[in-house]
Ligand binder design. Structure first.
Ligand code: ADP
Ligand code: MG
Length: 325
């Protein structure tokens, strides 16, 4: 989904950041401190430039899992809708699972797009994440589903979840509700990826409060840059007040089209501001992603040889390399 007016010359209005010029936010410095996987071996660079304009790092094929259980929890977060959060959650999850990692996907959006994208008839479900957050008698095992992809499980949601923000308001420890619910299964997975809704409300705060880190999917489009400062502020607030271990893991640029000057300019600006936090892998715009969602499958199984499937595998290799698991 493209924001109306995206093709026009970007306005220089208040709040809009210029695409080029001096770095206006100290993200890269913060990034250097919060980059995960400190202690991981640096990798050689190829002579070839990647989509980010940097030399591609030659990330090796992942080794077998060395570290079982005690999942790394990752919030896939951006308060803008239609930027590729759900698509990235499904396909990064499926690619990690292909590499032998045990992955749990959590649908934390009442739209239920993650569940639908994995072929789950979510409207008919009795037990969803909503019951897990609100009902005291529901355990995570009652909600957990396996998917058609080996190593990939799901906690599904549907529109019922839209009531949760209001229902949680009067709970004690309301921001930690999701974390408490996930604790019993954390030992069964290597990664837990949470697909957040497009808002910074209480559900998203719950995701951030229980996560080790945040991955921001960002549509390669000028107006997408504008919300990132607000998102970064929210991450910092949650880190200060609720979850000191929370890091910004990385930014994955989606719907990238290397033929368009606009795409290349936006990418250059994102790299300028966020530096090494930007994954070398960019996800190109292709109709095969919506097609795979309609089929209810990750692209890695629906079109395993497609460039989209290869892109999410490359991202998964970066994620594994950076996290060291
Ligand atoms: N790389 C891509 N190329 C083309 N379409 C994409 C791409 N990534 C996502 N889409 C499509 O864009 C729409 C929004 O993506 P989605 O992942 O649902 O975003 P979000 O979860 O951030 O709202 C969906 O129809 C999806 O199929
Ligand atoms: Mg979504």
């Amino acid at each position: 989904m493209t924001t109306a007016g995206a093709a026009q010359e970007p306005p220089r209005s208040a709040g809009a950041q210029p695409l080029s010029g001096p770095r206006s936010q100290p993200y890269s410095e913060a990034a250097a401190e919060t980059l995960w996987g400190t202690g991981i071996e640096p990798v050689p660079e190829s002579a070839e430039l990647g989509p980010t304009g940097r030399p591609l790092r030659l990330v090796p094929d992942p080794p077998p899992v060395s570290h079982q259980g005690d999942a790394l929890i990752v919030a896939m977060c951006n308060q803008k809708g239609g930027v590729g959060k759900t698509t990235s959650t499904i396909n990064l999850g499926a690619a990690l699972a292909e590499y032998g990692r045990r992955v749990l996907l959590v649908d934390l959006d009442p739209q239920g797009a993650l569940s639908a994208g994995l072929g789950v008839a979510h409207h008919d479900l009795d037990q969803t994440v909503h019951n897990l957050l609100i009902g005291s008698r529901t355990s995570v095992d009652d909600v957990l589903m396996s998917t058609r992809v080996e190593n990939l499980d799901l906690l599904p949601s549907n529109i019922d979840l839209s009531a949760a923000e209001i229902q949680l308001v009067n709970e004690v420890g309301r921001e930690q509700t999701l974390g408490r619910a996930l604790e019993p299964v954390r030992g069964n997975y290597d990664y837990i990826l949470i697909d957040c809704q497009p808002s910074l409300g209480l559900l998203t705060v719950n995701a951030l409060a229980c996560s080790n880190g945040v991955i921001i999917p960002m549509e390669c489009e000028y107006f997408s840059l504008r919300g990132l400062a607000l998102l970064n502020d929210t991450v910092e607030k949650v880190r200060d007040r609720l979850n000191p271990r929370l890091s910004l893991y990385g930014i994955v640029v989606t719907m990238f089209d290397s033929r368009l000057l606009h795409s290349r300019q936006v990418m250059a600006r994102v790299v300028e501001v966020f530096g090494d936090l930007v994954y070398d892998t960019a996800i190109a715009r292709t109709v095969r992603f919506p097609d795979a969602s309609v089929a209810g499958e990750p692209i890695t199984t629906w079109a395993p040889k497609s460039s989209g499937a290869e892109a999410y595998r490359a991202m998964a290799r970066e994620v594994i390399h950076r996290s060291g698991r």
